[in-house]
Design a protein around this ligand. Sequence first.
Ligand SMILES: [Zn+2]
Length: 316
Amino acid sequence: MNKIRIDCHNDTVLNLREKKSLRFLPDAHCDYIRLQKELGLAFFALFIHPHHFGDRQTEEILRLLALLLADIKANEDFVYPVFWHQDLQKLQTEVKARTAVLIGAEGGGFLGVSPEILQYFFTLGFRFLGLTWNFRNNLADGCEEDGGLTKMGKTVVRECNRLGILVDAAHLNHKGFWQLLEQSDDPIIVSHTACETLNLHPRNLSDEQLAAIGDQGGVVGISYAGMFLGGQEPTLQDVADHIEYAVGIAGIDHVALGSDFDGATLVKDMNGVQDLPNLYAILSQRGFSDLDIDRISGENIFRVLQEVLPYRRDNI
Ligand SMILES: [Zn+2]
């Protein structure tokens, strides 16, 4: 049986700044060669540090996007981009052949003060958007600040809904999360996070937030970043604790995996995408059925993508 394995967040694109390609990166958490063995689709986030690039964020994200698209094209034997609802069918036929890459951004600072330019990023291939990173921008406050979404942030959410860009609530604070949920007609995701009840951290979700994501039809991606999980030296067992807890509150159809590969220090027994089968084995030992593991490791976020990604049309 074909299994669709999907990861909701990596920062591997950052390696493009120093290296020529993401094909083979032995020092990174993943590369095309390893992804192709383990995942049917991976979210590739373009991240532009707001403090490093200031008013050059738009230029820099376009530069990274150009590098990424060219790199995917040059490595078509391992990866291919997904832009449209119709492209998702390839996941069912291409399982274990190549990995689909979904392109988007972590932080909307690159939009400057102009929500109307989002449609051009859509045309270039953006299909998900996290409104903020850790700091305030023109769309919203970050997770360690007090304010919610701005007027522009709300406009951008509506524009995402109109175009078919999946909105990611990771890095938002609680106020922004609830405003986003109210604003968005489409299901939203929180791509890389964990559970606040198990570990109090500004990037984690409360029980109320987990339940609301479940009610709204979205998914919560549990990360392997140690700092979200708690404990002295967290392991994949702690990741499994957070998955189990999130399933208990949000429901089995609303939990997914959002590694944060190449974006954080991961638990010590997760060295990279090649170790994913060990996580599935732990979930199995804890009594999750194969069907449940299939849901968590891909089918749930696949359902959301089917709902949100736009149908290809000739005149965009
Ligand atoms: Zn992040």
